[in-house]
Ligand binder design. Sequence first.
Ligand SMILES: Cc1ncc(C[n+]2csc(CCOP(=O)(O)OP(=O)(O)O)c2C)c(N)n1
Ligand SMILES: [Mg+2]
Length: 282
Amino acid sequence: MEKSRRKELETLSLDLRKDVVDMIMKSGGGHIGGDFSVMETLVTLYFEQMNISPEKKDDPNRDYFILSKGHSVESYYAVLAKKGFFPREEVINTFSKFGSKFIGHPNNELDGIEMNSGSLGHGLPVSVGIALGCKKDGRKNRTYVVMGDGELAEGSVWEGFMAAGHYKLNNLCAVVDRNKLQISGTTEEVMTHENLHEQVESFGWNVIEANGNSIEEMNNAFEEAKKVTDKPTCIIANTIKGFGGGEVMENKASWHHHVPNEEEYKMIMKAIDERKEAISNE
Ligand SMILES: Cc1ncc(C[n+]2csc(CCOP(=O)(O)OP(=O)(O)O)c2C)c(N)n1
Ligand SMILES: [Mg+2]
């Protein structure tokens, strides 16, 4: 990836985090930690990798995307609004308010959203069905699904891994947002996945590990995945929960669902602006 393009997408990822904070502060609720950890994954997919746009939303040859960790909907809305699926101001001002169509988890009545999610554990099995259908139809498109690492405690995820391996779905790419935290503590305390790489590999998958907060590494991982012809690929995206928001919120389970107060808001904005400045000075 060209340096200028990388810098552009890194800056965009930071600007969209500001939209996320605005949504959450105006509505009084939201899953900010996982929003911040997954942002580079979403930006790389929507602005560099996927064949998708508002004009193509019903095109059978579009790439499919499922946000299985549906609680990160604020980041998803910010990205879809930037992509032109709906007006940014409307999302920011009405998110999660009574009567708003921008409810607190993804719903497929909105343009650009393929599947209702929020109840964890369903995105991978549904993606397996989509990818299998596309493959049987001879389509050249790809299906992407993003899961949380706490989500991996759901048994249905492992049925999905098993089926995708069985059907050799090389048109399917799963990303695990490996921030090592879930709702109340570390994933290792609740349901350990110390050997996640080997576990997924043993289900017949190609597994790639990458820094999930690096646009460049994620883009390279998606490119590698496209070269694999006989297996699905799982990218273990090693991330920091709250990444980009600075010390006040990074790697803290208590920020899984949290509304910043005024002081925290200023600290987050400062951290984002400092990072933006560092990128522009590179
Ligand atoms: C089936 C189900 N059980 C419980 C929940 C409640 N819940 C919402 S988010 C969350 C933690 C998810 O952790 P993880 O998948 O690691 O997400 P991230 O760290 O990326 O925010 C839980 C348990 C849910 N949404 N669905
Ligand atoms: Mg997690």
